[in-house]
Design a protein around this ligand. Sequence first.
Ligand code: FRU
Length: 336
Amino acid sequence: MEQKMHDRIGAIHTRRYLLSALTILLLLPVVMTGCAKSADEGTWVIGFSQVTVKEPWRVVFNENLRAKALEYGDAVDLIVLDADDRTENQVEHIQIFISRQVDAILISPKEASGCSRAIQEATEAGIPVIVLDRDTTWKGYAAFIGASNLVIGRAAGTYAVQQLGGAGSAEGKIYEICGALASTPAQERRDGFHEVVGQEPGVVILGGLDGDWKLDQGKAIAQDALQIHRDIDIIYAHNDPMAYGAYQAAREMGVADRIRFLGIDGLPEEGAVWVRNGILAATFLYSTPGEAGLEIAIDILEGRREITPGERITLPTATITAENVTEFLKQDDPRP
Ligand code: FRU
């Protein structure tokens, strides 16, 4: 009885708060207490390792995931851990989840390698692992869920080519600011973009530095770039915060009006609003994968879905520009 209470308190405790790397240490005694596998009590314990909460997209991701978990009521105990942007913390998260014997693990990893071994260990321990948004080098996990970043990169390339005069006659200079290049979204957003724009002999792509998805780094890279290249037509950043940072740099230098800024994510409170306000020319929707991840985990646990190792579940994307942003924001607004 006391043990049960203890488990329950631990679960409630962990469900309510997103834990920083430091608090993991404090949490250890709680999550290590006894076996959490509680299917017989009708509760699935799901551990989620989130790479960071420093970026708005991650905060929305967690909110959506928590809201989904609440829909399951007492049937789901969700433990959300924040890795503070460090792979080693995510490895530790998985080790904690394995020793706690959670029923399933969700992870959105910082980079492609680094967590693979721990994910393999969890899988071999019989825990289904669902990888979200950034892929890993080891592909034996239960499922990967996210939008196709190659498709997004190509859509951004197609948009940029249109802006510069259309396929076959496009001309101009594009400056690219990459996300963390050790992660698959940055690699694929770059590759898809280059695949399309590379077919235009009149267009040059400059840059390609790693801004680690951060607004400040995007701004610093753009400040340097704009001093060297005074004639940039488009800045393509791999997410909206870096595109906004680049816009800030250009505005401070008095050149924002003649540059078009492209970002990715399309959060209603962020990128989409920046498109509506004319700051970004376009953003590309990158839906958060938490809700689908949790649903699939529960379907697997309840026998409604079989595991096909390495299966990919692709979320849709969309191009958001001044033409459709009002419609997009209306759809997202729950108010009547
Ligand atoms: C948030 C973020 C998003 C981006 C995604 C790529 O951490 O940088 O802005 O689309 O990660 O994994």
